[in-house]
Design a protein around this ligand. Structure first.
Ligand code: NI
Length: 407
């Protein structure tokens, strides 16, 4: 039973005894959360292989007296904190996986797993959610309803959030609100930022193999050149967004790999293209591969080549519930002050599998500023900004409590 959008858009509740205690409790847990963040940063693990990471999370939860359930996907950790009074459920999610990058930060706590790195801040997300769990455990006697903590594996590449939701991770009780925080460079450190409606894009991936006929570089007339054909396909694909999608919609088609040939005097038999598309609504997302294939087919036919076109989509657009964004904004402005909130002007064209949580339940993703000096996400220089931990935990705790008190 879903709440209608806007249900959370009411004014802050008055019974907010807990709010006075939160800053002090956050201060108490901050050293431990920072220590855990650095520990997680040292042991980054790729999607669905987060064994050490999930062991650290289980251990931390056990020390709080929270028993995590049996994993649904192997490395997920999910725990439910129940209050003494009946009430709704709020589900909080952190992603726990890392990226295949060689870390170049030179930090004392830099990756000890060569070639793997926390370059997307998931170490910070995980540490903040553990911090929020620590604080909420101390406020348990005042809780109405329950808070579910979801430590989700495989956000990168595999979009395991889809499988986790499909496996029933959010059932019994089903949440009245789901929330997640993501580290965001180029915003002031510690600021909370979001927008109603689409915030992250659908991300899909394609691979095109063009088959021509190889031959001697000196006798092109005897071959079907897959390189020229692929070059024309790359060019034709530029018209998908500019000529087949309304200028009022947002979409991206990027060819990111072009691979063909191995020699300077041989026309190869095949060429390969790979790339990604992005879109903010499902209708535009459905049109992209249809238009792309028509263009590929036309170019290949004209050139006498054939093709294989593989198109896979793992990430749907992340669409925020307006009421929960309004709740987050009120909480951030009330608890963190007026510098605590920024309206996000435009969605990001990056993908995010939290999309599947907010597709099925009312919810919102919020961004947490990493400071203007932060390296970009997915860069070998990126490190989660520890000065943002305090606001991140405070916001998470207060938004959860506010949602419970309204639900
Ligand atoms: Ni991320």
């Amino acid at each position: 039973s879903h709440l209608s959008p806007g249900q959370f858009g009411r004014v802050m509740t008055q019974s907010t005894e807990w709010r006075r205690h939160v800053p002090e409790l956050v201060e108490q847990v901050l050293p431990e959360v920072t220590r855990i963040r650095h520990r997680l940063h040292q042991i980054p693990e790729l999607a669905l292989r987060e064994q050490e990471t999930s062991a650290v999370i289980r251990q931390a939860l056990a020390e709080m007296g929270l028993q995590a359930g049996k994993p649904l996907l192997g490395t997920d950790v999910i725990a439910l904190l129940k209050g003494p009074q009946p009430g709704p459920n709020v589900t909080l999610r952190a992603d726990i996986d890392a990226l295949p990058l060689h870390e170049a930060t030179g930090l004392p706590y830099q990756s000890s797993h060569d070639g793997t790195m926390h370059a997307c801040g998931h170490d910070g997300h995980t540490a903040m959610l553990l911090g929020a769990a620590l604080v909420l455990c101390r406020l348990q006697a005042e809780l109405r309803g329950s808070v579910r903590f979801v430590f989700q594996p495989g956000e990168e590449v595999v979009a395991a959030g889809k499988d986790l939701v499909a496996a029933g991770a959010l059932l019994d009780p089903s949440p009245a609100a789901v929330m997640a925080l993501h580290a965001w460079p180029a915003l002031p450190a510690g600021v909370i930022c979001s927008r109603p409606g689409p915030i992250m894009a659908a991300a899909e991936f394609f691979k095109i193999t063009i088959r021509g006929q190889g031959g001697h570089g000196s006798r092109p007339e005897e071959s079907v050149d897959p390189i020229l054909t692929a070059a024309r396909v790359v060019e034709a694909l530029q018209s998908v967004v500019s000529r087949h999608i309304s200028p009022l919609e947002a979409a991206v088609v990027s060819v990111c790999r072009f691979s063909a040939g191995s020699n300077s005097n041989v026309i190869p038999a095949t060429a390969e293209l790979e790339g990604t598309t992005r879109s903010l609504n499902l209708e535009v997302g459905k049109r992209l591969p249809v238009v792309m294939e028509r263009l590929i087919r036309g170019v290949c036919e004209a050139m006498g080549a054939t093709y294989d076109f593989h198109y896979t989509g793992s990430y749907i657009p992340t669409v925020n519930d307006a009421g929960i964004v309004a709740l987050g904004r009120q909480v951030a402005e009330t608890v963190l002050g007026h510098d605590g909130w920024l309206d996000l002007k435009h969605p990001s064209m990056a993908g995010e599998d939290f999309a599947y949580y907010v597709r099925d339940y009312p919810g919102a993703m919020f961004f947490l500023g990493m400071g203007e000096a932060s390296a970009p996400l997915h860069s070998p220089q990126f490190d989660f900004n520890d000065t943002a931990l305090r606001n991140g935990i405070t916001f998470t705790v207060c938004a959860a409590l506010e949602a419970l008190s309204r639900g």
